[in-house]
Design a protein around this ligand. Structure first.
Ligand SMILES: Cc1ncc(COP(=O)(O)O)c(C=O)c1O
Length: 389
């Protein structure tokens, strides 16, 4: 057994990121300001989206994107049952109704044909999630959106650095939006944080305003040397802006993104090779030719058909061996709030139901040592071997 606990995820923050946070604190300017503007510029260059707007989480970013694109009361938004709560919560909080379309258990992504089957005259948008960093079938989703005049808001919380058919996730066109997360387990972190990427100027203007309570001028324009104190409240907004302290970490993290994602990919390749003949583990599907997976998480399925333990028992046994695991995710329709609010039954989403009961996230982060990777492989194999039927 390992002497120390191996967490399932852990951020790596370089010295220049730490120094920039200290500089930021010493400068006396902590909230949104020059560092956020500089971080947003890094994102504009990276994604080629003309508007990249820093916010304090992807949850905030998804909420703002929905509001800025005019999605609200009476509208339906189609999304996946295999996601984090915030995807669905932001649709509800924007005033719209979430509609779930089932996934494919091999890719863990929403199935375009299932989206099409859920379209009604009220459908206004599709919110696909690039699960674990595997790009959704965007060609098919874009065709559906075009045919039915729908907006696409990509929940790219997992997908920083991923590419769909050679095209970077984050590039936007028309009224579409892409939202990234910088939570500490993600491909880069700012502590907490997010980025909204847009092409539509009016929607971007609305996000800039709504991230600061609807004020026509943010703090930087009011308190800085050349700022003017008066402002209008031109839209209804919330307190969703990024801080310069966060952006200071983010600028440093973006310099390492390429290395981070290469290291993640390298570790996943080791797992895939080591587990290729392991009974009890169903491995993620191969990545489509032309796509680049960002491997935010490594999520095999525990094959209970051949084992005498459940996924939860497997996780407990890993923990007893000092190896952390995580659950991404319970299927959305299993939660009581949504069952009460929408009458959802997980049996109507059999692929998400199966995945929610069998999925596990094994440790995956750039700072893992070769010994850490070996420990995960050996412990997983040992536990599975001991519990074959
Ligand atoms: C798919 C998905 N969407 C949205 C979010 C929300 O991100 P944040 O924690 O930055 O609000 C997460 C976070 O884990 C996520 O996994």
């Amino acid at each position: 057994m390992r002497e120390t606990f191996l967490p399932f995820a852990k951020p790596s923050i370089a010295q220049d990121g730490i120094d920039e946070v200290v500089n930021c604190i010493k400068s006396g300017w902590l909230t949104i300001g020059p560092k956020t503007i500089a971080f947003e510029q890094v994102f504009k260059d990276f994604t080629t989206s003309p508007y990249c707007i820093g916010v304090n989480s992807a949850t905030a970013g998804l909420h703002l994107a929905l509001m800025a694109l005019g999605i609200g009361k009476g509208d339906e938004v189609i999304t996946t049952p295999m996601t984090f709560a915030s995807t669905v919560n932001t649709i509800i909080l924007a005033g719209a109704t979430p509609v779930l379309a089932d996934i494919d258990r091999r890719t863990l992504n929403i199935v375009p044909a299932n989206i099409e089957a859920k379209i009604t005259p009220k459908t206004k948008a599709i919110m696909p999630v690039h699960f674990a960093g595997r790009p959704c079938d965007m060609k098919a989703i874009k065709e559906i959106a075009k045919k039915h005049n729908l907006i696409i808001i990509e929940d790219a919380a997992h997908a920083l650095g991923a590419k769909y058919q050679g095209e970077r996730i984050g590039k936007t066109e028309g009224k579409n939006a892409v939202v990234f997360s910088f939570h500490p387990t993600k491909n880069i972190t700012t502590g907490e944080g997010g980025m909204v990427c847009l092409s539509d100027e009016a929607a971007a203007e609305a996000v800039y305003i709504m991230r600061q309570n609807g004020m026509s001028k943010g703090a930087w324009n009011r308190y800085a040397a050349k700022g003017k104190t008066h402002y209008d409240i031109s839209l209804l907004g919330l307190k969703y802006n990024m801080l310069d302290i966060q952006a200071a970490i983010g600028i440093s993290q973006m310099k390492q993104l390429d290395y981070f994602n290469k290291r993640r990919t390298e570790i996943v390749a080791k797992y895939m090779d080591a587990f290729k003949d392991t009974k009890g583990l169903i491995l993620p599907a191969p990545v489509n030719k032309g796509d680049l997976h960002s491997w935010h998480i490594f999520t095999p399925l525990i094959d209970t058909e051949v084992l005498n333990i459940t996924r939860d028992e497997f996780m407990k046994l890993m923990g007893e061996q000092n190896i952390g695991t995580a659950l991404h995710y319970q299927a959305i329709p299993t939660f009581s709030y949504y069952q009460k609010a929408f009458g959802w039954n997980v049996k109507d989403y059999p692929e998400a139901e199966y995945v929610g009961e069998h999925i596990v996230s094994l440790p995956l982060f750039p700072a893992m040592t070769e010994q850490d990777v070996e420990d995960v492989i050996n412990t997983t194999k040992q536990i599975l071997k001991e519990h074959l039927k």
